[in-house]
Design a protein around this ligand. Sequence first.
Ligand code: G3H
Ligand code: ZN
Length: 345
Amino acid sequence: MPLVSSKDVLLKARAEGYAVGAFNLNNMEMAQAIVQAAEEEQSPVIIQASQGAIKYAGLEMICAMARVLADASSVPVVLHLDHGTDYKQNVKCLRAGFTSLMFDGHELPLEQNIAMTAKIVDIAHSVGLPVEAEIGSVLTIEGLLSDAEMAEIRALEVPKQFEILRKKIGPRVEAHIARPEEAKRFVDETGVDFLAAAVGSVHGLWLDIWPLRVDRLKEIYDAVQIPIVSHGSSGVLISKAHAEAKGVELLPGEGSLKDAIKVGYTKINVATALSMEFNRAMLEAAAKRPGEKDPRKLLDPARKAVVAKTKEYIRLFESNGKGGGATCAAKGEVAGSQEIKRGEE
Ligand code: G3H
Ligand code: ZN
């Protein structure tokens, strides 16, 4: 089916209590893998293009790949702009065929973030496109720790890794968490459709180790009542059971991705975990075939590995209709489906 609006899949997901994965594509193989995983799980899916992906492949190429993959797919596929930088980039994506936009103004003072987000929402809504925007700051691990510090911490056992991370980055992450009253004002004044509210996650952190402030997420969702977007999801603890098994001790109010889906997380962005899986499988294939001349012999195992990893996330998010709450998630039977009109805007 043709690419669909993120509003179609996310409002349905929120109403039915599951989340939809928004997976970053870095190349053709990853884009194919993500849609194949969604198809095999019969789940809606969001493929999203980061600034790095846009520089690497070009906007037109990304749109063409997404369009071809969606057209051949039986499940709803959304093409989303991840961390959109400004007004012009959002308009370019709107015209190019994206079905979901984002403005990331988290570095701006609140007033300016509100003003620019509102301007983008205005043009996007005029053609039926939804917009995500960020409040608070989801920091990046590379901005918090040096490579040497990361290597040193990663060499330790998980409980010790966590203890040191808590001490070294915890206070700075905490200081950037979004506040419910600001979130409410931001949503009221911008008309944004989905809110990327920082609740303690960190971009690019290694897998399944870090808790979220689920108490703050609940307060924010209760205040704004629109789907909340998770950034920096690869590093977040998947479940309380995982935390216990790893010896990671949670404080009151903290929780996992699973807890967060129950109280408002609806779009869950995953990039690092898929990239790492792609590289792992590609390097493993290269090690097994020294001197291989055909790049496809290395890229195909990587593509297969990303299919498997994406399916794990889809099952975790329960967007495949197998979680009890979710029903018919993939069928695209969406009440009031969003009509996107790209004319003379
Ligand atoms: O915008 C993309 C995401 O926030 C991805 O974060 O690389 O930590 O999974 P991640
Ligand atoms: Zn992000």
